[in-house]
Design a protein around this ligand. Structure first.
Ligand code: ADP
Length: 169
């Protein structure tokens, strides 16, 4: 009896943390652009119900690629990774939503596309880690950092989608 009573205890701090609005930086990498997958990738996030707040086609300069992947600087594949990201235009996106950072990582799938689940972007559309078509921030802090890195002032748009009341009660 005590156990079932416990389930009804209201924990406002827990609810608040679950309801946190976050931002994530999503990028279609050069292989995704070259393979004509831009629309397909955008539509996965759009259909899910997240809010697009920034979008552009962009040729990434060397120094920005290096800054973006600064945490991987010591890795053996780092030089190849910088070459890959700067090899052609990318599509930069900022998406907003409750829980969007972790949810976007789930939609994207594992780093190695052969291990990514079917139904995920990498699981459905790619075969190799070095050509895994899309990037997504790995934490809310990095979401903010990366959006600030890739977008300039005035490139992020605040708006209310018409579908908002149909997505959340
Ligand atoms: P994720 O993009 O899934 O967050 P990481 O942050 O570990 O993965 O790596 C960043 C990117 O570096 C990967 O998406 C991939 O493009 C590249 N990468 C990671 N590991 C390797 C590897 N072993 N060989 C080649 N490229 C790699």
């Amino acid at each position: 009896r005590r156990k079932s009573a416990k389930r009804h205890i209201f924990l406002p701090h827990l609810v608040a943390s679950m309801e946190q609005v976050e931002e994530t930086y999503i990028m279609v990498k050069p292989d995704g652009v070259q393979r004509g997958l831009v629309g397909e990738i955008i539509s996965r996030f759009e259909k899910k119900g997240f809010k697009l707040i920034g979008l552009k086609l962009f040729q990434c300069p060397q120094d920005l690629a290096e800054e973006h992947y600064i945490d991987l600087k010591a890795k053996s594949f780092y030089p190849k990774l910088i070459d890959y990201i700067t090899s052609g235009p990318v599509v930069c996106m900022a998406w907003e939503g409750i829980g969007v950072v972790a949810s976007a990582r789930k939609l994207i799938g594992s780093t190695n596309p052969l291990q990514a689940e079917p139904g995920t972007i990498r699981g459905d559309l790619a075969v190799q880690t070095g050509r895994n078509v899309v990037h997504g921030s790995d934490s809310p802090e990095n979401g903010k950092r990366e959006i600030a890195l890739w977008f300039g002032e005035g490139e992020i748009c605040e708006w209310t989608p018409a579908q908002a009341p149909w997505l959340r009660e």
